[in-house]
Ligand binder design. Structure first.
Ligand SMILES: Nc1nc2c(c(=O)[nH]1)N[C@H]1C(S)=C(S)[C@@H](COP(=O)(O)O)O[C@H]1N2
Ligand SMILES: [Mo]
Length: 424
């Protein structure tokens, strides 16, 4: 490809080739006299010495804080009327980059608030169809070989706002912020179960939380054996109280509700327990009036986070479309971006690392010429599953299906540069 060709659109409305992001391409553009980044031209005058170079800086601290200039970046949250802790807080996805969600900005979902648990007073009981019932505390768990994996966690209610007949005019995080991605460290649950000795009829477990909701779910033994962990660290530090301190179940790729926080009891059973949390909720009502139970994996999904809803474009020219893709069934294989409402598509660049059941960051250069555009991203995972359009998804599911919304998000860019949520 010739250097100058890099600036030729490869799909409608100004999408450019992902190769433009390679280091060699940026250099080649410079050599060809083309400016990629709209940096200010430096003046020859000496740099001013700013105020903060004229006095010594402040001292250290025991636990870090972010820049005071970034403090406006917050989770948004709400609780049911008359409660303080029954609800959720949402990760400000449009303000983050890369794939890791800082602990302080991880989304939260509580069915009855955050319990205040002293680790020495907390025990995990494993009982039921086992040879030896056992209890574990935080200290005893840290003696087992620990594993660490980077995985997303997504509430199955995430993006439910887009089920509404009219597209909600909200930032990306208010619609899609019930998803985050962390490094989780803990003990494989299979190791703990082997210590207790699972009996041959033990084909499911019940996991119960130590919160005032005693939230509990049934999990098939195959998933437990595959990759379930009892997590005790998140991004290198102990779990935060809101995310399950001192220990939580973590089930990679499955709906967030199954990853029971403040884990206090695992009962090995011969079938699902049918708890309130998996019958009255977290089941999916189909058009024929029947409900689907146990819809565990979160399916392939993606979202452009920049530019996104309620943003304002800063003039015409080159932009970097940036977003996240994930799938509960494995790795992201490919992400495509459209700027013309899905008529034509260009393949996005995936930023390393591309990990199974984790956020994958994608980017694509886009030259906005000031005309109206509709930006979309479409993810494909390693099983070949393709993220559906909203029309297809809702067509299959009918009007009462609430959970597991994974349709393509469309952001319209107006001629005046406002970015809004549209259904296409
Ligand atoms: N004990 C307990 N576990 C729980 C919950 C809860 O309310 N209580 N909420 C569940 C739901 S619905 C989700 S989406 C995830 C959210 O995990 P997070 O708050 O760490 O993001 O935890 C799950 N585990
Ligand atoms: Mo959830």
């Amino acid at each position: 490809m010739k250097k100058s060709d890099l600036l030729e659109p490869i799909a409608g409305n100004g999408l450019l080739h992902r190769r433009l992001f390679l280091k060699s391409s940026v250099a080649a553009m410079g050599a060809a006299g083309l400016q990629f980044i709209t940096a200010k031209v430096a003046t020859a005058a000496p740099l001013e010495v700013p105020a903060w170079m004229q006095i010594p800086g402040t001292g250290m601290s025991g636990y870090g804080a972010r820049s005071r200039h970034e403090e406006h970046i917050q989770r948004s949250f709400g609780s049911l009327p008359g409660t303080v802790g029954v609800g959720s807080s949402k990760t400000p996805l449009e303000h983050l980059e890369g794939i890791i969600t800082p602990g302080a900005l991880h989304f939260e979902r509580h069915h009855n608030g955050i319990p205040d648990i002293a680790p020495l007073e907390h025990q995990l009981l494993i009982h039921g169809l086992v040879d030896r019932p056992l209890t574990f505390d935080l200290e005893s768990l840290t003696r087992y070989p620990l594993v660490s994996h980077i995985h997303f966690l997504e509430c199955s209610g995430n993006s439910g706002a887009n089920n509404a007949p009219k597209p909600p005019q909200l930032p990306a995080s208010s619609i899609h912020g019930l998803v985050s991605c962390s490094e989780w460290t803990g003990v494989p649950l299979a190791v703990l179960l082997d210590e207790a000795g699972v009996q041959s009829e033990g084909s499911w477990i019940l996991a119960e939380g130590s919160d005032a909701a005693a939230m509990s779910r049934s999990i098939p033994m195959a998933k437990v054996r595959d990759d379930a962990i009892v997590a005790i660290y998140q991004n290198g530090e102990h779990l935060r109280p809101a995310n399950g301190y001192p220990m939580r179940l973590f089930l990679p790729g499955w709906e967030g509700n199954m990853s029971v926080k403040w884990l206090r009891r695992i009962q090995v059973t011969s079938g699902p327990t049918m708890t309130k949390d998996e019958t009255s909720k977290y089941s999916d009502l189909m058009p024929d009036g029947r409900s689907k139970l146990f819809t565990f994996p979160m399916e392939v999904k993606s979202l452009i986070t920049s530019p996104s809803g309620t943003n304002a474009m800063q003039g015409t020219g080159l932009y970097q479309v940036s977003g996240i893709a994930w799938s509960g069934l494995g790795r992201i294989r490919r992400v495509e971006v459209s700027a013309d409402d899905g008529r034509t598509w260009a393949e996005a660049a995936l930023t390393d690392p591309v990990l199974p059941r984790a956020f994958t960051r994608f980017r694509l250069p886009w030259r906005w010429d000031g005309g109206p555009a509709v930006l979309q991203s479409r993810a494909i995972d390693e099983t070949g599953a393709v993220q559906p359009t909203r029309t297809v998804l809702l067509g299959e599911r009918g009007a009462n299906y609430r959970y597991h919304y994974n349709a393509i998000q469309s952001w319209a860019v107006s001629e005046t540069g406002e970015v809004s949520n549209v259904y296409s």
